[in-house]
Design a protein around this ligand. Structure first.
Ligand SMILES: [Zn+2]
Length: 156
C-alpha cells in the first residue's frame, strides 16, 4: 500500500469527513523489512499482522486525532514484540475498501478475535478455529502466508 505524506493524509481525512465517509478510513502499522526478513525480494514493506495473517486496524471515526494516538499505541506494542529485528515501523492510512479488494483479513484493534470455519489447505477439512489457523494437517500457517479468503470479522 502507498505511503502518504502529512499534507496528503490531512487532505484525505478532510475530504472523507466532508463526504461523511470517515468510517471507511483506517490506520494500520506498516513495516519496512530488512532484506533477510522479506518473504520475496521485492516485498520491502508490508502491513504488520498480529496474529499472523490478521491485520489490526484503527478506525478514524469518530475522531481522527484520537485514532492516530491509539494507532501509535498499537505501533509501540508491535515494535516491542519485534525488537532488534531491523524492522522500521510506521503508521499508514488506508480504506476498508482497499483492504477488502486486496484480500486482507482485518479486525478492529482492541476487539478479541472469534472462531470461524477454517478450511485446511492440505486435506480440505473444515475446522473450527481462529482465522489463519488449521487444526488437522498443520498446526498453524506461517506468518505472511499471504491473504486469506475474505474478511472474517470487523465492519465499521
Ligand atoms: Zn487437514
Amino acid at each position: 500500500m502507498t505511503m502518504l505524506n502529512k499534507s496528503a493524509t490531512k487532505k484525505i481525512i478532510a475530504e472523507a469527513t466532508a463526504r461523511g465517509e470517515l468510517g471507511n478510513l483506517v490506520y494500520y502499522v506498516d513495516m519496512q523489512l530488512p532484506r533477510d526478513l522479506r518473504p520475496t525480494p521485492d516485498a520491502a514493506t508490508m502491513p504488520a499482522t498480529d496474529p499472523p495473517g490478521q491485520l489490526p486496524v484503527v478506525s478514524l471515526a469518530p475522531d481522527p486525532e484520537a485514532a492516530y494516538h491509539y494507532a501509535h499505541l498499537l505501533q509501540a506494542l508491535i515494535e516491542s514484540a519485534n525488537k532488534n529485528r531491523g524492522i522500521v515501523f510506521s503508521i499508514e492510512l488506508t480504506t476498508l475498501d482497499i483492504l477488502h479488494n486486496l484480500g486482507y483479513v482485518w479486525y478492529t484493534w482492541g476487539d478479541m478475535p472469534h472462531e470461524v470455519d477454517v478450511m485446511c489447505p492440505t486435506c480440505g477439512a473444515i475446522n473450527r478455529g481462529l482465522p489463519g489457523t488449521v487444526h488437522c494437517c498443520t498446526e498453524k500457517l506461517p506468518a505472511y502466508a499471504g491473504t486469506y479468503s475474505g474478511q472474517w470479522w470487523g465492519g465499521l
